[in-house]
Design a protein around this ligand. Structure first.
Ligand code: ZN
Length: 172
């Protein structure tokens, strides 16, 4: 089902928005692509522990998450990692230090609108004496969880659950 009721150019209802991907207006000819959005998530490791954030907003309120977010225009994915860690945790890590791991497609439902994202997963070691300050609008708290004690069911997003599961295999 399309979530656009009118053409944004001419307000015609003679439109098609197949799979919420390619929009076409049959009256004015406007074509618009809603492309997959790039997002990053970072697995932060400290000794035998992994850092999780607890979500403070929908979707997946109260569930475990990884720090990360959408890539801004003209930004490298590594720069997104560094910016998001600074914004969410006040953690300063140079963008050169993030190591790419894997990508997972994801669905992100925000205010009733489904977005398709490609989550790029990066791994980084946390500096030993780093102090974290949380951005409280997005994050309730952080949890360092021993890798052997991670319960995948508590992770809110399917793509991140798979990413963590894949990453844990490296340690078994
Ligand atoms: Zn139109």
């Amino acid at each position: 089902m399309s979530y656009f009721k009118f053409c944004p150019n001419c307000a015609s209802q003679n439109i098609q928005f197949e799979n919420n991907r390619r929009f076409e207006c049959f009256d004015c000819g406007m074509v618009y692509f809603q492309n997959v959005a790039t997002a990053v998530a970072v697995i932060i490791i400290r000794r035998d522990e992994m850092l999780f954030t607890v979500r403070n907003r929908e979707p997946k309120l109260g569930m475990l998450d990884l720090p990360g977010g959408f890539t801004d225009p003209d930004e490298t994915a590594e720069e997104t990692c560094a910016r998001e860690l600074k914004e969410e945790l006040n953690l300063n890590i140079d963008s050169e230090r993030f190591k790419y791991f894997k990508s997972f497609p994801n669905n992100y439902l925000y205010k009733g609108i489904p977005y398709k994202t490609e989550d790029l997963i990066f791994i980084v070691e946390c500096p030993e004496n780093a102090e974290l300050t949380l951005e409280e609008s997005e994050i309730q708290s952080v949890k360092w969880i021993k890798m052997s004690e991670i319960n995948l069911e508590e992770i809110g997003f399917e793509s991140l659950r798979k990413a963590v599961e894949e990453h844990l295999k490296l340690y078994i």
